[in-house]
Design a protein around this ligand. Structure first.
Ligand SMILES: Cc1cc2nc3c(=O)[nH]c(=O)nc-3n(C[C@H](O)[C@H](O)[C@H](O)COP(=O)(O)OP(=O)(O)OC[C@H]3O[C@@H](n4cnc5c(N)ncnc54)[C@H](O)[C@@H]3O)c2cc1C
Length: 571
């Protein structure tokens, strides 16, 4: 069997990057700086897919312009306290120390952040942290994407647009490449690569309501799991406090934290600023997990709005401030809800936003699988049990950069490994097997049921019973529905239903990981709220949960967190 007989195209490169958000693009740019051959694949359109382009509020960098008492050590402390002490402190150390240098690099690439009149950077305070978020209006994400894509295009980097990586290829225990489906042509590409960087973003699509784009189906985490990488803290899923609750068809769409940063109030149906009961000091700018739980409690106890949310009210803020700081957000909300943020309250409820849990990595972004690197939201451990607003973009920039350098160095030292045509043939059979299956179940049907189940059972608040309910659905779907998921055969170009069928197994894998890890952690910490174990338990649970595929079985265990720099007061 020859490779060309089983793949429609074969591409050879040193470093293959899966994902073209800011993390993937930066990894590609830095690898290219070290003179290795680089290819970047994106399931969606370049510049338009993924979460980075949607990001609004900016990034955390401790330059001390917004608050002279701020510095990287304070940033470290805020991040670890915010993460309820289960962050990997080695990663936080790198994040907070290198952010300042990376900010300068971004400005050199043309991403120039807003200044105060004296030329110093303008910095907002996100929930649970100092005034540290640098901004670019309320549209930072599209600025990052334009500048980084321009940088990529200046270089000799090969870009594969709308190519979905479906599985990694292994040789002698190390990564040797990956298989990709070219969605445009419906053809299979075998990528031969010395190193692979996974940067496919979050997995918000396992939930019914999410701020995440459709591409964020956890493909990278699922592929890493299949080849034996470890994943940590998968129960830690962030529900952003303010997703739209009205209109119902837009439920889950993000309303940026910047609205609260400029001073908007959260009100219940009695007109009370209810955060005074949950965090009287920080009020609306408490940590995200605290605000999300507070909103959930208000609604559960009957103090919600008619649309099952609470009010976010910015009508007391001068209109020129709203226009200057939140102009794009105001117009977006007007378009989606018909309501004017500057004049009337809108209805909000938490929405699945970010995965703190992800592939376990060293500070150089390497994983336990030789040749496999991760960057961006794909990487677990940086944010512990709760991420601070603005700290994700910082993660992309710092670790995207590092992943590119590490992958390039690895590729330079590694020998090219042959691809086994049999492995590619097996993946071809799997992918093309979805087409024309008899008596098939359409992927959208099971996807929606899975999303509803995860939302209801392993959402903001969980119990042993609810999680077990979710696991029963996941097990049933693995056994009964997954083998039947399929789509009609016919033209293979731009078959998004086919893509959805391929994604479904990944969604199931991620749902199982999140559920098993949530069941395992018998305490409440940060974003993980167990109604049956309502207290944080530093005595027993100052640990990472680790998930790994061991001979086809999902194994889970805990490992103590290394408190190398900062300990919780009670430990
Ligand atoms: C609406 C919104 C607003 C946000 N605002 C902020 C903010 O202000 N500040 C902040 O710090 N964070 C913010 N976040 C979070 C932050 O934007 C994300 O965590 C971050 O952008 C993730 O970047 P990434 O590069 O890891 O992945 P993404 O930007 O999500 O990119 C993922 C890429 O992977 C591709 N992909 C997916 N699967 C595959 C596959 N199988 N094969 C090939 N390619 C694949 C996608 O097409 C995409 O190109 C926001 C998130 C959202 C959704």
């Amino acid at each position: 069997m020859k490779l060309y007989e089983v793949a429609d195209d074969v591409v050879e490169t040193d470093v293959l990057v899966a994902g073209a958000g800011a993390a993937g693009l930066l990894a590609g740019i830095k690898a290219d700086d070290l003179n290795v051959d680089v290819a970047i694949c994106s399931k969606g359109l370049f510049r338009k897919s993924g979460a980075t382009v949607m990001s609004t509020g900016g990034m955390e960098v401790a330059v001390g312009h917004g608050d002279p008492t701020d510095n990287p050590d304070v940033h470290f402390k805020d991040t670890v306290v915010g993460g309820e002490y289960i962050n990997d402190q080695r990663l936080v150390e790198v994040l907070t120390k290198e952010a300042v240098e990376r900010l300068v690099d971004l400005e050199r690439m043309g991403i120039v952040f807003e200044r105060q009149e004296d030329g110093k950077l303008f910095q907002f305070a996100p929930g649970g942290a100092h005034a540290r978020v640098v901004i670019l209006g309320d549209l930072a994400g599209s600025h990052y994407m334009v500048a980084l894509n321009r940088e990529v295009m200046k270089r000799n980097i090969r870009m594969f647009e709308e190519v979905m990586i479906t599985n990694l290829l292994m040789s002698g225990g190390a990564v040797s490449g990956a298989v990709g489906l070219d969605i445009k042509r419906g053809e299979l590409i075998a990528f031969k690569a010395k190193a692979v960087v996974l940067a496919t973003g979050g997995a918000g699509q396992i939930y019914r309501y999410t701020s995440n784009p459709v591409q964020n189906t956890g493909d990278g985490r699922a592929m890493a799991y299949r080849v034996g990488a470890e994943l940590i803290d998968m129960e830690m899923v962030q529900f952003h406090p303010t997703g739209l609750a009205y209109p119902p068809e837009r439920r889950g769409t993000l309303v940026t934290e910047a609205v609260r940063m400029v001073g908007a109030y959260l009100l219940n149906n009695k007109g009370e600023r209810f955060m005074s009961r949950y965090d009287p000091q920080r009020m609306e700018l408490s940590k995200r997990d605290v605000v999300a739980r507070a909103i959930c409690t208000e609604v559960r106890e009957g103090r919600g709005t008619e649309w099952g949310g609470v009010y976010l009210d910015a009508s007391h803020i001068p209109e020129d401030v709203i226009e200057r700081r939140l102009g794009v957000t105001r117009r977006k909300i007007m378009f989606l809800t018909g309501l004017d943020l500057a004049k009337e309250p809108i209805h909000v409820y938490p929405t699945c936003h970010y995965f703190m849990g992800g592939v376990r990595a060293e500070p150089d972004c390497s994983t336990k699988v030789p040749g496999l690197f991760v960057a961006g939201e794909e990487m677990g451990g940086v944010h512990g049990a709760n991420r601070l607003g603005g700290n994700s973009i910082t993660t992309l920039i710092v670790f995207g950069w590092r992943a590119g350098i590490s992958a390039a160095k690895y590729a330079k030292a590694a020998n090219s490994k042959p691809l086994n045509p049999r492995d590619v043939a097996m993946e071809r059979e799997r992918i093309f097997g979805f087409l024309g299956r008899r008596d098939f179940i359409h992927p959208s049907k099971v996807r929606r049921e899975l999303q509803e189940t995860m939302w209801n059972n392993v959402g903001i608040v969980r119990t042993e019973d609810s999680i077990n309910g979710a696991l029963r659905v996941v097990e049933r779907m693995k056994a009964l529905e997954l083998p039947k998921v399929g789509v009609p055969d016919g033209s293979r170009r731009y078959r998004m239903d086919w893509v959805e069928a391929i994604e479904f197994e990944n969604l199931l894998t991620i749902s199982e990981m999140v559920s098993r890890a949530a069941l395992f952690r018998k305490e409440s910490r940060g974003a993980h709220t167990r109604d049956d174990y309502p207290r944080k338990d530093n005595g027993n649970w100052l640990v990472h949960t680790v998930v790994k595929n061991v001979e086809g079985q999902m194994r889970i265990w805990s490992e103590p967190v290394e408190l190398i720099k900062l300990k919780p007061p009670s430990a």
